[in-house]
Design a protein around this ligand. Structure first.
Ligand code: FAD
Length: 336
């Protein structure tokens, strides 16, 4: 629909389940779509907070792991080749004099769009940082908050900090690849899935509990050792390492969205039955949206997404029907 390369019909803020399904749906309505996600990965709460948990209340899936649902949503959304921008947090939303909406991100790149759909859930996620002197200077060197390629840990001595699903899963995944894996947790009990903890305990993973990170020893380029201290004790251990993975969970914050001028209710954006916010051309759906009787579930977001997209389509092109053709009548769009 858009004739300018840099102008999108709809830009979706947030690549959680609602944003992904909305992007697919906008593709189905032949809109030019962009998704901007603050994390380096798609999936929202499912990908960050509970990837290994089973979900039982998504229609058509009697039981599905959160990360599997994300994979299926990704396959579905990529059918229409939306532009997907990862690792960029949208910080501002303004309107130009010609009506175009401009989204600004932390990278400073402006994104232009005719309509915007906010599916930002509980806000932008960021990893809970390691609060130890000098940690910041090693991020993107050998201190990792994310693991994108397990091969970089091949034959390395890796220390993992954390005691939840993510930490234990990475310990199990990297154990056959790395030279040595050590996991450090402040409690003797891990908060991860029982079967994962059992697998880790039966493997070669060195378990150091109840200890916390105290300091880092390293040179300009890399951490060489992590010093850990016993919780409520005096013992200190030095753990030599090649790589340090920090899995302390995520913090979320709707942050700048509060200043974009929309009507809000606590940390949610007020919408009407068309999922319109108080700014024309700006829609909200999923956990971030609020209306009387709102229920925050994946299924609700999946229902709200098509409502928002169909109304955004009609907003751009008043001749376009709000009520779409059924996807079952659009087979030609899927035969490619
Ligand atoms: P989110 O999943 O929160 O995704 C929002 C995305 O937007 C995030 O990726 C975030 O990084 C991004 N974002 C936010 N702000 C910005 C910004 N400014 N710029 C760029 N990106 C941004 N629901 C169920 O239906 N069934 C269940 O069994 C179930 N189990 C759950 C278990 C747990 C432990 C938790 C925490 C939740 C569970 N839920 C469940 C709730 C469900 O996960 C949410 O309802 C769902 O994730 C909402 O999807 P969403 O896309 O609206 O938001």
């Amino acid at each position: 629909m858009s004739e300018r390369d840099d102008l999108f019909d709809i830009t979706i803020i947030g690549g959680g389940p609602t944003g992904l399904f909305a992007a697919f749906y906008a593709g189905l309505r032949q809109m030019k779509v962009k998704i901007i996600e603050s994390l380096p990965q798609l999936g929202g709460q499912l990908g960050t907070l509970y990837p290994e948990k089973d979900i039982f209340d998504v229609a058509g899936f009697p039981k599905i792991k959160a990360k599997e649902l994300v994979k299926k949503l990704e396959v579905q959304v990529r059918h229409f080749h939306p532009e997907i921008v990862l690792d960029e947090r949208v910080t501002d939303l303004k309107r130009q004099s010609d009506g175009t909406l401009v989204l600004e991100t932390e990278s400073g790149t402006p994104h232009l769009s005719r309509t915007v759909l906010i599916t930002a859930g509980v806000g932008a996620f960021a990893p809970r940082p390691l609060k130890v002197n000098g940690a910041d200077k090693y991020v993107d060197k050998n201190l990792h908050y994310y693991v994108n390629d397990i091969q970089i840990f091949k034959d390395k001595r890796v220390v993992i900090l954390g005691g939840g699903d993510s930490a234990v899963d990475w310990a199990n995944t990297l154990e056959p690849v790395a030279k040595k894996i050590t996991i450090v947790h402040r409690r003797n009990q891990f908060r991860a899935h029982e079967t994962s903890v059992k697998q880790m305990k039966q493997s070669s993973v060195q378990i150091v509990t109840p200890f916390t990170a105290k300091s880092l020893v390293g040179n300009e380029h890399a951490i060489e050792k992590l010093v850990v201290q016993e919780v409520r004790g005096d013992r200190e251990l030095e753990l030599p390492l090649d790589d340090l993975i920090v899995n302390y969970g995520f913090i979320s914050n709707i942050g700048p969205i509060k200043n974009w001028g929309m009507e809000l209710e606590k940390n949610s954006i007020v919408v009407n039955t068309k999922m319109e916010t108080s700014i024309p051309g700006v829609y909200a759906a999923g956990d971030i949206s609020s209306y009387p009787g709102k229920i925050k579930l994946i299924a609700t977001g999946f229902g709200e997404a098509p409502t928002a997209v169909n109304n955004a389509k009609h907003f751009i092109d008043p001749d376009a029907r709000t009520q779409p053709m059924h996807s079952s009548s659009s087979g030609e769009l899927f035969s490619k």
